[in-house]
Design a protein around this ligand. Sequence first.
Ligand code: G3I
Length: 455
Amino acid sequence: MRRTRTRIAVVLAGTAALATAIGLASTAQAATTLGASAADKGRYFGTAVANYKLSDATYSGILDREFNMITPENEMKWDATEPNQGQFSYGSADAIVAHANAHGQRMRGHALAWYSQQPGWAQNMSGTALRNAMVNHITNVAGHYKGKIYAWDVVNEAFADGGSGGRRDSNLQRTGNDWIEVAFQTARAADPGAKLCYNDYNTDGINAKSTGVYNMVKDFKSRGVPIDCVGFQSHINSGSPLTSDYQANLQRFADLGVDVQITELDIAYSGTQQASAYATVTKACLAVSRCTGITVWGIRDSDSWRSSDNPLLFDGNGNKKAAYTSTLDALNGGSTSSPPPVSTSPSRSTSPSPSTSPSNPGGGQGCTATTSVNQWQGGFVVTVRVTAGSTINGWTVGLALPSGATVTNSWNVTRSGNNWSNVSYNGHVNAGQYTEFGFQGTGTAGTLTPTCSGS
Ligand code: G3I
């Protein structure tokens, strides 16, 4: 199952066309929504979504205006997707994915293997039967959503609270300490294009629990266990407050060669203290180049799993709170450097670092295209970023693959031979902003030289 992976991170290089695009981005008026402002900084801004709320016009109106990443709050969990062993149920989760596709939003998948929210039949299992059930579950669910998920929380909350820094006891843990790496290997085989994350809470500062996770990630990287990212839930409250080492903790994980993401942010403070804490978290993400985005755990305070704490960015009526404004301001006033590449090699790494190759930005009227290639033996995933120099309403990327390379599936794009064009929801790109599409294939992607033409 173990495979040798070579990640080729393609870094944006300075062509005149691209410099023009970035120049426009930095001088353009600050964006006015969380998603657009985060995109200006090369990040996403997401929220947890409950499928049954999508018919609420206020809810979906805010969702589609402000957010460009979605995590299903409960709909992709084990109890929801496999209520009876071997019988998979994707209706609610599929509806969220369809909503995301229709509105140009990407998806975080949550969560493949977790001690909690297991269906009753799995709760009663142990040993080899449970291990096999977990593998079958991951294979089916990650396989069902193959090509549609930006990042999966493969394993959720596997470490114990308190000072031990060790694993949490659970039926999964009792199947053997290697259950986490088996889960990651299984997820990689099922959806090679998804980033694979470990996700936990109370790991938001430097403490015994986060150090336990840190040591696991370091070990995984040194042994080639596939892990791409670590999620920091960041359920902040007086019992689990925001600490001054929040950014340093993100950075130490990034230095291991993984992306970091803030995955379930909510802050149970009030008034200016809450607004200030949201700004601090946002600035911390912007300051860590491998922090790829922030997700809040719900839209309005009334949508929160702990609604009495009013921990979110919109009040129960959908009005923007002070915390919303401070978050948006932090996004707009954060790093003024150009967006980081989709994938970068760490500046310091204690594990095998990905190799990099020069970028191949291609420019034509109105847009430039750059590629990021994730190559492994026999297969690859290519992510193509289309950046608009001036506002465009459609684009076509010219991109030829070497002989022997075959595309098996693609997303956010329509293809005609070597021409890759926008679909209905991602043709309009404002000046200085970008959209991304991708495809998966067999063989070797090689060095790609995309061109871009906007209309
Ligand atoms: O849908 C049923 C409803 O039919 C029933 O009447 C009602 C009775 O209790 O329950 C409803 O389901 C609830 C579900 O949320 C949907 O609202 C479950 O009981 C409740 O347990 C479930 O809570 C979720 C919780 O995870 C479960 O662990 C929260 O919505 C969800 O926000 C929360 O999310 C977790 C992340 O997955 C992991 N990190 C922590 C985070 C917050 O706890």
